[in-house]
Structure formats: structure tokens, C-alpha cells
Design a protein around this ligand. Structure first.
Ligand code: TYD
Length: 222
């Protein structure tokens, strides 16, 4: 069982590198603001000064999969405590470019780190104690909606080939991204109500329409 924020709207955006999340996140923020919502735009790993430092390490310094997993969860802990939970408590819309599903997809499915251990870390970092109760694991806090930009790895690779200098993930071979996509599919299967899968291999306009529709279907926008 998982917990979803009862105040505010917590929406995360996922997909392999090159899936094209960024412009759609910005447009969605505009759409929410136009309806009078206060929007916090943030990302993982990152979102606080400490978590942004950890991001630099994860994206650039050689390390094994367990170290990656521990660093992204450490960053997440700081981010939840200082940004996510306070924004949701104020009733804001929190748009997060990647969240824990990325850890399952990249460190779990991509790097081969143990899935069960990730579930334990998720309970530690997002469980009851992490949400402010005096003690306890279990019921990890999850976004109210996760939009998965699904795109064939070969198309994403083509898009990335014209991009800037690749980081440790972007420079991975095609097979890695196929595994990562498999990780997202597994997370979706485990929590189909939270997830909406958007086909990212369409025109930006069509993708934008699907993203907006996913948010409307949840009743977050008229
Ligand atoms: P990304 O979100 O694609 O940002 P940008 O658009 O600036 O490149 O990059 C973040 C990278 O971090 C991406 O390759 C996925 C990876 N990542 C993990 O490996 N584990 C995680 O838990 C998270 C949140 C991200």
C-alpha cells in the first residue's frame, strides 16, 4: 500500500533520457498558474542545495549502483523534507521532474541493483516516519499522478545525439535504456492507477494534449 498526498497535487514526470519531458512540464505549470494555483517546479536528483550537490556527483563521478541508489535516496530525503512536504502542506501544485520511479528504472532495471532493497529504501525515505509521524516505515508517499513519457530507446538515442556533452547516464548504450524502460513498465504494472503512459513519439502538440488530458482525468484541471 502507498500513501498519496491529501493536500496539494504532487505530479511526477518520468521517462528515459531524450523522452522530452521538460517543455511539457513548463507548459503544465503555466496551465495550473492560469487557474490560480501556486506551482512549485522541482527535479530529482536535486531541488535543494544539498540535493543539487549530490546530483552533480551522481551524474559525473564514477560509482557503483549501490552508491548511486544511496545518494539519490539521500537527495530525495532532503528534497522531501525541505521542499516537497512543505509545498504539499501549503496546498500547492508540486511538479517534479523525476522521482522514485527513476531510481527503480535506472538503478534497479538499468544498473541491476536489487529491486527488493530499493523497496526497503523507498519505505525508509518516503514512509510514515519520513512523513512526520513519530516512527514507522510502510505506506511510502507517492505522487498523486506520474506521467511516463514512453518512447522507443532508439528514437530517444537519436534525439540525444544532437544534444550537449552526455552525462554518465546519457552516454549509456541503447540496451541500457531498453532496460530502464522495462523498469518503468514494471512500476506502472505495480501501481496502474497512479501512472499515465503518454506516447512520446508524436508531435510535441499531441504529446502536450495527452499530458493535459492526464491531468484533467485526475480532476486537477478543468
Ligand atoms: P534528467 O532528469 O534527464 O535531467 P536533464 O534533462 O538535465 O539531463 O537527468 C537526470 C538523470 O539522473 C537521468 O539520466 C536519470 C538519472 N536518475 C537516476 O539515475 N536515478 C534517480 O533516482 C533519478 C531521480 C534520476
Amino acid at each position: 500500500m502507498t500513501t498519496q498526498a491529501t493536500k496539494g497535487h504532487f505530479i511526477s514526470f518520468e521517462g528515459i533520457d531524450g523522452a522530452g519531458k521538460s517543455t511539457h512540464i513548463d507548459s503544465l505549470a503555466q496551465a495550473f498558474r492560469a487557474q490560480g494555483h501556486v506551482v512549485t517546479l522541482t527535479r530529482e536528483p536535486g531541488g535543494t542545495p544539498l540535493a543539487e550537490q549530490l546530483r552533480q556527483m551522481v551524474l559525473n563521478d564514477p560509482m557503483d549502483a549501490m552508491t548511486e541508489a544511496l545518494l539519490v535516496f539521500a537527495a530525495r530525503r532532503d528534497h522531501l523534507q525541505k521542499v516537497i512536504l512543505p509545498a504539499l502542506a501549503r496546498g500547492e501544485v508540486l511538479l517534479c521532474d523525476r522521482f522514485t520511479d527513476a531510481t527503480f528504472a535506472y538503478q534497479g532495471a538499468g544498473r541491476g541493483f536489487d529491486w527488493q532493497t530499493l523497496l526497503v529504501l523507498e519505505e525508509w525515505v518516503q514512509g510514515r516516519a519520513a512523513q512526520g509521524e513519530s516512527a514507522g516505515l510502510g505506506n511510502p508517499l507517492q505522487p498523486n499522478l506520474t506521467i511516463w513519457f514512453d518512447l522507443p530507446a532508439s528514437v530517444a538515442a537519436q534525439r540525444l545525439s544532437n544534444a550537449r556533452v552526455p552525462d554518465r547516464f546519457e552516454s549509456q548504450p541503447l540496451a541500457f535504456f531498453e532496460q530502464v524502460a522495462g523498469g518503468y513498465a514494471k512500476r506502472l504494472a505495480a501501481d496502474p492507477v497512479r501512472f499515465t503512459r503518454v506516447h512520446a513519439d508524436q508531435t510535441p502538440e499531441a504529446v502536450g494534449r495527452d499530458v493535459l488530458q492526464a491531468v484533467r482525468d485526475k480532476g486537477f484541471l478543468p
